[in-house]
Design a protein around this ligand. Structure first.
Ligand code: NOJ
Length: 746
């Protein structure tokens, strides 16, 4: 004991008879020199204990893959595991922490991780939905609330944000990210990291963020989850990496590898990604965790012959922590002992992990996050529910509103509420809903009933199930529609149709929902479709049969209230699509920032780039979304029109609310580089602002563009701007037509 105290170089103020516990040593004074503290712990550790810190196991609560180990508690007691995921609640984390701190030789506290993706107990909209708000403050607030709840339940670490750019709606995980665009994706990545981590990691209401999945996971071929990724380094750096870099710059302390291969090497074995880009180029000082058993999976990828080799490849490549795969756990000890793997590599990884544990304050008080009182006061509090409702209504996108059927009047006499999602409580929290309980959710039907409480006003008929083939409920639904002044139809996907391992090759509404809608439309009544889904859908058969369409994603705990706020006009929708909605799955991949090609579309010319059977344009473009009012753009000014690298350019546009209601507009700025040493996208988002305008009000909205904004990886793969002409477009979506010219002179 005394020897250990001397090793630490600290005065032992508290000596306990049965075990030596580090946190007692660190009680006072608080750490002055973090690196010295980390090293002082490292010095005490056996090789087995070090490898324990590199090991993350799931508890037996919930898993997202095969559970390989059931005896995680024995491993905690043996000091063979440094972090646990899927264990939460103040009481349970306290129990496990006590085992680590009181019953192991060194008492190094455990780190508790969990997938807090869009809320812990109070569920917020799925991340793609939140991205549709284009409201960074709201998105940050959502992560703040999630962190406050999760930390009260003993969690230190969320496996979020997912910052993967996704351009293929077949991929179920588009739901977990911010959509197709690197600029918007980067802004949202920052907001989420800042929301989770706050400005002080030692605060008990902040948690560690984890930027995932590093990297390019969203580019899985054919949208099939876990599938091969193959792209140029230029596309990787220009499109897929920027949100990760943004997350790092916002302070993300951990990164998670991805399941896919890139340039022929699985990400968990990629020293290009984990050492060259992440550490050497970007200076990352936090730690890297694998995604689940991705080290083991390198055997199936076919780059190593067995798990031992996989572990060696991973640690050399820069993996610090092995999630669930137990590869470091099984093989690393021998590999270090026989000199195959250098202990320096292990020490470096341990340091990174201990550093983060210190930063969280776990050595001062390992139980500080597991707070039953705070848990009771915080989880699902009225304030958190209110915050969720606010973000939820901001996430709704109005896709169509013919004849201004919306907003509805509260004096309506009869409203038919139809569809499998109309009262589908279970779906509202979406996939990855943490500790959320669907029973806490408000359904669409309940939201409408609260606005139209008079008995007999609302007539609910499900009509059909989400995915089934039974048309037996159609007749009752059509009858209800005939008797109604307006028909609200809740359609969409089941929550589990998006998220991990939930790719679809058909992105139309499942089951017989399109047919149900067709039957309802044949009544001639005004039809309002309320969509709930986790991906862009092919709405070609929906749009012609609906007067109005609201894209509501999965909005979380307050879904029904938030949708009712929009349906009845208490809130004027302002959401914009963060991802393109194609006309059919054959157009995929389709995104606004495509290249022009050498044979751009020409209607009269057969030999131009197009389809025989469908237009090139999507059904709803990126950035698109309507309002209950209208906006006009004019007077686009670019000054100076010719700029040099050290000169910022001021871009101004006048935006006017030309309708009769107050409303918000997301003003978007796009740039096209006309000529480059390599081809450039036809448009790139370079700025956006959300402005509130009263009826008739007009305002000048200003952006600043610098040389850095028009840089790209040139033919020699240098990040630089090339002189020449740029088209500037400003408007309410990615097809904006108001244009001006800007020239860079060098
Ligand atoms: C696998 C998923 O890909 C990842 O996103 C998640 O964080 C882990 N499982 C842990 O649940």
């Amino acid at each position: 004991m005394i020897k250990l105290a001397k090793l630490l170089g600290l005065g032992l103020t508290v000596l306990l008879s049965h075990a030596f516990r580090l946190h007692d040593v660190f009680l006072s004074p608080p750490p002055k020199n973090l690196e010295a503290r980390v090293d002082s712990v490292l010095t005490l550790m056996t090789l087995e204990e070090k490898i324990g810190q590199l090991t993350l196991f799931t508890s037996d609560w919930e898993v997202t893959g095969p559970t390989m180990r059931e005896n995680y508690k024995e491993d905690i007691l043996a000091g063979k595991v440094g972090a646990i995921f899927n264990a939460h609640t103040a009481a349970y984390t306290r129990e496990l922490q006590r085992m680590a701190v009181e019953e192991t030789r060194l008492g190094i506290p455990l780190l508790f991780g969990y997938d807090v993706i869009h809320g812990y107990k109070t569920i917020f909209p799925v991340p793609l939905g939140e991205a549709a708000s284009w409201d960074l403050g709201a998105i940050q607030q959502s992560a703040r609330v999630a962190a406050a709840e999760a930390s009260a339940a003993g969690l230190h670490w969320t496996f979020a944000p997912m910052v993967d750019i996704a351009r293929d709606p077949r991929w179920g995980r588009v739901m977990e990210g911010a959509g197709e665009d690197p600029y918007l994706g980067s802004a949202i990545a920052r907001a989420r990291v800042e929301g989770f981590q706050g400005t002080d990691l030692t605060a008990t209401n902040t948690i560690l963020a984890c930027a995932k999945h590093f990297a390019a996971y969203g580019a899985a071929q054919a949208g099939r989850d876990y599938h091969t990724v193959d792209m140029s380094e230029r596309v990787l750096r220009e499109v897929y990496l920027p949100p990760f870099h943004a997350a790092l710059q916002a302070g993300a302390r951990t990164f998670m590898t991805s399941f896919n291969e890139l340039f022929g090497v699985p990400a968990s074995g990629s020293s290009f990604l984990l050492r060259q880009v992440l550490r050497d180029e970007w200076g990352f000082e936090g730690f890297v965790v694998t995604d689940y058993t991705s080290i083991n999976e390198m055997v199936d990828h076919g780059v190593v012959a067995n798990e031992a080799e996989a572990g060696e490849l991973a640690i050399r490549a820069g993996v610090d922590m092995d999630m669930q795969g137990a590869v470091f756990y099984q093989y690393l000890l021998d590999q270090v002992r026989n000199g195959q793997v250098s202990v320096t590599l292990v020490d470096d990884a341990v340091r990174r992990i201990l550093r983060v544990k210190f930063e969280l304050g776990l050595f001062e008080d390992p139980y500080r996050y597991s707070d039953e009182e705070r848990q009771k006061a915080t989880l699902l509090s009225p304030a958190n529910r209110a915050a969720s409702r606010e973000v939820a209504r901001k996430s709704i996108v109005l896709l169509k509103n013919e004849g201004e059927v919306l907003p509805l009047s509260t004096t309506l006499r009869r409203v038919a509420v139809i569809g499998p999602l109309a009262d589908g409580r279970q779906e509202l929290i979406g996939a990855w809903s943490g500790a959320g309980d669907y029973r806490d959710c408000v359904t669409l039907l309940e939201g409408i009933q609260a606005r139209l409480p008079k008995p007999g006003t609302v007539n609910y008929v499900p009509g059909c199930s989400i995915g089934g083939a039974d048309r037996g409920g159609f007749a009752a639904a059509v009858k209800a529609a005939r008797q109604a002044d307006v028909v609200v139809v809740g359609l969409g996907e089941a929550a589990q149709m998006s998220g991990e391992a939930a790719s679809r090759s058909d992105i139309r509404l499942p089951g017989v929902q399109e047919e149900l809608l067709q039957a309802l439309a044949a009544t001639g009544k005004p039809i309002v479709v309320v969509l709930m889904n986790g991906r862009p859908l092919d709405l070609s058969a929906v749009a012609p049969n609906a007067s109005s369409i609201l894209e509501t994603w999965y909005l979380g705990t307050e879904a029904g209230n938030a949708i009712a706020d929009v349906l009845f006009g208490d809130y004027n929708p302002a959401g914009k699509l963060p991802i393109t909605f194609p006309r059919n799955v054959g157009q995929v991949p389709i995104y606004y920032g495509m290249k022009n090609t050498g044979r751009p579309f020409e209607a009269q010319d057969k030999y131009t780039s197009k389809y025989l059977d469908v237009a090139n344009e999507p059904l709803f473009p990126f950035g698109y979304g309507l309002s209950y009012t209208t906006f006009a753009y004019s007077n686009l000014q670019v000054q100076p029109a010719v700029f040099t690298p050290d000169e910022p350019v001021s871009i101004k546009v006048r935006v006017q609310n030309t309708g009769k209601r107050a409303g918000e507009e997301v003003v978007q700025l796009y740039v096209r580089d006309r000529v480059g040493s390599v081809t450039r996208p036809v448009r790139e988002l370079k700025g956006f602002q959300k402005v509130m305008l009263q009826p008739g009000e007009s305002r000048e909205v200003a952006f600043t563009l610098t040389e850095a904004d028009v840089q790209f990886y040139t033919r020699s793969m240098r990040l630089e701007a090339e002189p020449g002409d740029f088209d500037i477009y400003v408007g309410g979506d990615s097809q904006a037509t108001l244009q001006a010219l800007l020239t860079l002179r060098k």
